[in-house]
Design a protein around this ligand. Structure first.
Ligand code: ADP
Length: 226
């Protein structure tokens, strides 16, 4: 079976006005096999978000190859990349980015509707996902009427709405207090293990990282097995 994600020799720099150039990624490589959950550990500013955005086809590297299910994404049109992202990749951010004017259920329905799922089916799947994570009594609540932990749980359900094969998470509990972070992280890991997803989860919390299958550290632009 093809690897779910393969990043090979990824480099990325930002040019902040000549002659200053910030090298963020320099020959970074990683492979995620089916069902593998990998912790991505590095201090703030090391390039975790940049790497995740490149893996999730939200950004392009200066050089190197991104393959999803063995398919090299570099030569693909924007339309094809968008389709792959929508169907195969789920993304979770540190801040939930839920749409404030929509309910929890609607926030989980929206990516499904964008992917061509019928409204009736989208409701059923949204309720199923939110129920699994203990939010069955919060379906009609808007984000402002939910706690931080609940908002992040809704964001997890939204990321999983289209049954992706790859989950990319950027400090998914980094915005929560330690106790809430622990339980919300358990909920996330439960969902990931349940669905057999492959996941690359950035965190600077070593305790959380140790609950994953393996850990890679981002150091001087390269990924190093810990
Ligand atoms: P992390 O997620 O580990 O905190 P980032 O990937 O967000 O790190 O950022 C890595 C470095 O790249 C930082 O020094 C940041 O300032 C810089 N950077 C990120 N995005 C841009 C951008 N669009 N333009 C210029 N510099 C950027």
């Amino acid at each position: 079976m093809s690897d779910v994600l393969n990043l090979s020799g990824i480099s990325k720099s930002y040019k902040r006005g000549e002659p200053t150039e910030v090298v963020v990624l320099s020959d970074a490589s990683i492979t995620l096999k089916a069902g593998e959950v990998v912790g991505l550990v590095a201090p703030s500013g090391a390039g975790k978000s940049t790497l995740l955005h490149i893996a999730g086809l939200l950004d392009t590297p200066d050089s190197g190859k991104v393959s999803i299910f063995g398919q090299d994404q570099s030569g693909k049109s924007d339309r094809k990349r968008t389709r792959t992202r929508r169907q195969d990749v789920g993304f979770i951010y540190q801040f939930h980015h839920l749409l404030q004017e929509f309910s929890a259920q609607e926030n989980v329905m929206l990516p499904q509707l964008a992917n061509g799922v019928s409204k009736a089916d989208a409701v059923v799947r949204a309720q199923l996902l939110l129920g699994k994570i203990g939010l069955q009594d919060r379906l009609t609540h808007r984000p402002a009427e939910l706690s931080g932990g609940e908002q992040q749980r809704v964001a997890f359900c939204r990321a999983l709405a289209n049954e992706p094969k790859l989950l990319l998470a950027d400090e998914p509990t980094g915005n929560l207090d330690p106790a809430t972070s622990d339980t919300v992280f358990d909920a996330l890991m439960g969902m990931v293990r349940d669905t057999g997803l492959s996941a690359l989860i950035a965190t600077h919390n070593m305790e959380l990282a140790q609950r994953m299958d393996r850990i890679v550290r981002l150091e001087n632009g390269k990924l190093i097995e810990v």
